[in-house]
Design a binder for this molecule. Structure first.
Ligand code: GLU
Length: 474
């Protein structure tokens, strides 16, 4: 056997890829990349009532958007049911598991008596040592594994440390139901073994399952993979993550205008750190990530931090790359489709030229789109309320002079040339620069805020700029 690391992400397709699932996938992916290993994807679709194809598609879409690639085809757990059954039957043949014919009424009585004693519900092992010939005629039993009764089961967890489970708490749990379907507990073990998983990295809500799953590994004589149970994400107030806190599907983060790289950076830093480094590229994360450095304590989700980090990533990304991501994200952004519909080559070039100014004022792609709307507006521009206020009173006269000054520019139409012309006009007319620049901005963009007004003039070009200003004078 090679030493190559094989991790897996094993979502249940009962809903979207939520933010906690994305973080689990990220840690599996980073660990695989960091060690030169592979990450596999298994869709845990054994629960036929709750699993849907739409959820599977949404999960794959979410992972792809984030760039969390998996190796090979996704494995369907449901399709492997015959193999799960075969292993359960093999365990019976090996004397490590047995058929149990306890009736629902008997099981209910066992639960009831445990409850009365204040104990957790537990199967009493009544079929464990009985001869198969005692099976009631025609009854289909469930298969239960023989769990160890004494001593303890120890999970050596890379995140949680040594976690001890007294074996007296593990009862002989079912691995194959009487209808022939495997239980989830059993399916996970058989799949992880068959897929050659060396490292299991998953939410710490699965920690107690780990002890039960070890019983199955041991019974089959299989190696137990390395285990890492990562803490769940909580809201900023410490409570379990809810929708209000950001427990949304990752596609909601795409629609809110976050960059995949920034979201991954934020999720990686939730519960893991590398010195004081806050801002990390994907390459940094791969180089620095180690699963053993993940904290045990619950991580807290904080929208404000995510937003600030997203702004940093936008500003440090090169403009061509940011433009690419922006264009690809437009269909998902509020107001994005309208921009996408009008994006020809000229406007793409304008957008690229405006990007340095736009990204200084935007923390998300939604804000970027909002800032870029002026490029795509049709004349006469809709003027918002604040901009209209800037165009009242004396402003129209001032604007008339500014229009003439701009029109008189004889050389190249650049931000510098526009600035020189406007400054000269302001000085000559005894205007403060702002008294000229503000109405100019309002006329050019229909808004009271925008990138630097001279950059706006340069990006829009001579003809369009002069026409927009003229619209507000006449
Ligand atoms: N399907 C499980 C879940 O979505 C994960 C099980 C595992 O990683 O072992 O929570």
């Amino acid at each position: 056997m090679s030493d190559k690391v094989v991790t897996r992400f094993a979502p249940s397709p009962t809903g979207f890829l939520h933010i906690g699932g994305a973080r689990t996938a990220l840690f599996n992916w980073l660990y695989a990349k960091h060690t030169g290993g592979t990450m596999l994807l298994r869709i845990e679709d054994t629960d036929r009532e709750r699993s849907t194809d739409a959820a599977t598609a949404a999960i794959l879409d979410g992972l792809s958007w984030l760039g969390l690639t998996w190796d090979g085809e996704p494995v369907s757990q449901f399709e492997r049911a015959p193999r799960h059954r075969a292993v359960a039957e093999e365990l019976v043949r090996m004397g490590k598991a047995y058929y149990c014919y306890a009736t629902p009424a008997e099981l209910e009585a066992m639960r009831e008596s445990a409850r009365a004693k204040g104990l957790p519900p537990r199967y009493d092992g009544r079929w464990r040592d009985r001869d198969p010939s005692e099976a009631p005629a025609g009854a289909k039993g469930a298969i239960r594994i023989k769990a160890p009764a004494d001593d303890e089961t120890v999970v050596h967890d890379l995140v949680q440390g040594e976690v001890r489970f007294p074996n007296k708490d593990l009862d002989d749990f079912i691995i194959l139901r009487s209808d022939g379907n495997p239980t989830y507990m059993h399916a996970v073990v058989v799949d992880d073994h068959d897929m050659g998983i060396t490292h299991i990295i998953r939410g710490d809500d699965h920690l107690t399952n780990a002890a039960r799953q070890m019983v199955i590994y041991r019974a089959m004589g299989w190696d137990v993979p390395s285990m890492s149970h990562i803490p769940l994400i909580h809201g900023a107030d410490g409570a379990k993550l809810s929708k209000r806190h950001g427990a949304l599907g990752v596609e909601a983060y795409r629609a809110m205008g976050y960059l995949p790289e920034a979201l991954l950076n934020y999720l990686a830093r939730l519960g893991w750190s590398h010195g004081d480094d806050e801002v990390m590229s994907i390459a940094d994360m791969i180089a620095w990530f180690d699963i053993g450095d993940v904290n045990k304590g619950a991580a807290r989700f904080d929208f404000a931090k995510l937003e600030a980090l997203n702004g940093v990533h936008m500003r440090r990304m090169n403009d061509a790359e940011l433009l690419d991501i922006f264009i690809n994200t437009l269909p998902y952004l509020e107001g994005g489709p309208a921009i996408a519909a009008r994006l020809d080559d000229t406007r793409k070039a304008q957008l690229l030229a405006a990007l340095p100014g736009l990204k200084e004022r935007a923390k998300t792609l939604v804000e970027l789109a909002d800032g870029a709307v002026f490029l795509f507006a049709e004349r006469p521009l809709p003027i918002d309320e604040k901009a209209a206020a800037l165009l009242g009173g004396e402003a129209r006269e001032t604007l008339r002079g500014a229009h003439a000054a701009l029109k008189a520019i004889s050389g190249d139409w650049t931000a510098e040339a526009a600035e020189a012309a406007i400054r000269e006009y302001a000085v000559a007319g005894g205007h403060k620069l702002g008294a000229v620049a503000q109405p100019l901005r309002a006329a050019l963009t229909g808004k009271s805020t925008s990138p630097g007004v001279f950059d706006v003039l340069a990006v829009l070009g001579r003809e369009e700029s002069l026409a927009r200003v003229a619209d507000q004078i006449d």
